[in-house]
Design a protein around this ligand. Structure first.
Ligand SMILES: Nc1ncnc2c1ncn2[C@@H]1O[C@H](COP(=O)(O)OP(=O)(O)OP(=O)(O)O)[C@@H](O)[C@H]1O
Length: 264
C-alpha cells in the first residue's frame, strides 16, 4: 500500500495549564491515504476541529507526530511548515473569509499574490479555477454581492488555486440551505473522485459525511469508531458498507524519519 498522505502517531492536544488543563485529543493514531475522502464526525466538543487544525499544520500537538507523505513534520521550523502547508493544502471554512472590498477574482488569486506570482499568471489561473466552479461570469463582482452557495464556490476556487494535494473543509455546508449544500457537497466530492484530491471534511452534516468514503467518529478526544463506504446515489455508486472496519487507531506501518524515502 502507498505511503499515507497524512498519518498521526499518538497525537495529543492539551489546552491550558494546571487545574484548567483540558485534554482535547487523547493519543490518536491513524492514516489518511492519497485520494480518499474522509469525514471527521462527532458531537460538539469531541475534538474534530482540534484534530483538523493539527492535520493541516495550523497548530502544533502537545505530543505525538503528524507526518506528511511519511515525513514527521511536528518538529520542523515554522517557516518550513508554512511552506509545506501552502504548497500541499487548500482550505474551505464555514465562514467564507472573503475580503468584501475585493472582487471575486482578487479573492480567488490572493494565495498566488502572497506567493509572488505575476498578475497576468494569477488572473489566468484564477479564471481557470472560477471556470471549474462555474463562477467565471462573477469574476468582477464584489465578493459580497453573491449568494451563500456562490460564496462557498469562490472559496473552493481559492482553495484549488495552488493545486493542493489535500483539501480540508471545516463545516463547508454549515452556512448553506439544504439545496445549496448538496451542490457544494457534489463539487467537493467530484474534486476528490475525478481529480484525485484528498478530501478531509469536518462536519455535522450527515448527508455530506455519508458521501465520504470513510468516517472517523470522534468522542471526547478519541476516535471511537470508523465507518467505511459511501452512500449509494446517482453520483456515488459504491454501496454502503455497514458497520466499521475495526479500530481506527490501529497502526500499520512506521513513520519514516523526515526526508527519507518519501517522494512527493
Ligand atoms: N483554545 C482552547 N482552549 C481551551 N479549550 C479549547 C480550546 N479550543 C478548543 N477547546 C476545547 O477542546 C474541546 C474540543 O474542541 P473542538 O473545537 O476541537 O471540538 P469540535 O468537535 O470541533 O466542536 P464543534 O463541533 O462544536 O466545532 C472542546 O471541549 C473545547 O472547549
Amino acid at each position: 500500500m502507498s505511503t499515507p498522505v497524512l498519518e498521526t502517531e499518538n497525537l495529543v492536544k492539551v489546552y491550558g495549564r494546571g487545574p484548567a488543563q483540558f485534554h482535547a485529543l487523547k493519543g490518536l493514531t491513524f492514516e489518511i491515504h492519497r485520494g480518499e475522502s474522509v469525514a471527521i464526525v462527532g458531537k460538539s466538543g469531541s475534538g474534530k476541529s482540534t484534530l483538523m487544525h493539527l492535520l493541516a499544520l495550523l497548530d502544533e500537538p502537545t505530543s505525538g507526530v503528524v507526518a506528511l507523505d511519511g515525513r514527521p513534520v511536528s518538529k520542523l521550523k515554522p517557516k518550513t511548515v508554512s511552506a509545506l502547508r501552502n504548497e500541499t493544502f487548500g482550505f474551505v471554512f464555514q465562514q467564507f473569509f472573503l475580503n468584501p472590498n475585493q472582487t471575486v477574482l482578487e479573492n480567488v488569486t490572493l494565495p498566488l499574490k502572497i506567493a509572488g506570482v505575476s498578475k497576468s499568471e494569477r488572473d489566468k489561473r484564477g479564471m481557470d479555477a472560477l471556470e471549474q466552479l462555474k463562477m467565471a461570469d462573477k469574476a468582477k463582482n464584489k465578493a459580497t454581492d453573491l449568494s451563500g452557495g456562490q460564496k462557498q464556490r469562490v472559496c473552493i476556487a481559492r482553495a484549488l488555486i495552488n493545486n493542493p494535494e489535500v483539501l480540508f473543509a471545516d463545516e463547508p455546508t454549515g452556512n448553506l440551505d439544504s439545496a445549496t449544500s448538496e451542490t457544494v457537497e457534489d463539487i467537493l466530492l467530484n474534486l476528490q473522485r475525478d481529480h484525485g484530491i484528498t478530501l478531509v471534511v469536518v462536519t455535522h452534516d450527515e448527508d455530506l459525511a455519508s458521501k465520504c468514503q470513510r468516517r472517523l467518529i470522534m468522542q471526547d478526544g478519541e476516535i471511537v469508531d470508523e465507518q467505511v463506504g459511501v452512500k449509494d446515489s446517482a453520483s456515488h455508486k459504491a454501496p454502503v458498507t455497514a458497520g466499521h472496519s475495526g479500530p481506527a487507531t490501529r497502526r500499520r506501518r512506521r513513520i519514516l524519519p523526515f526526508g527519507k524515502g518519501a517522494a512527493r
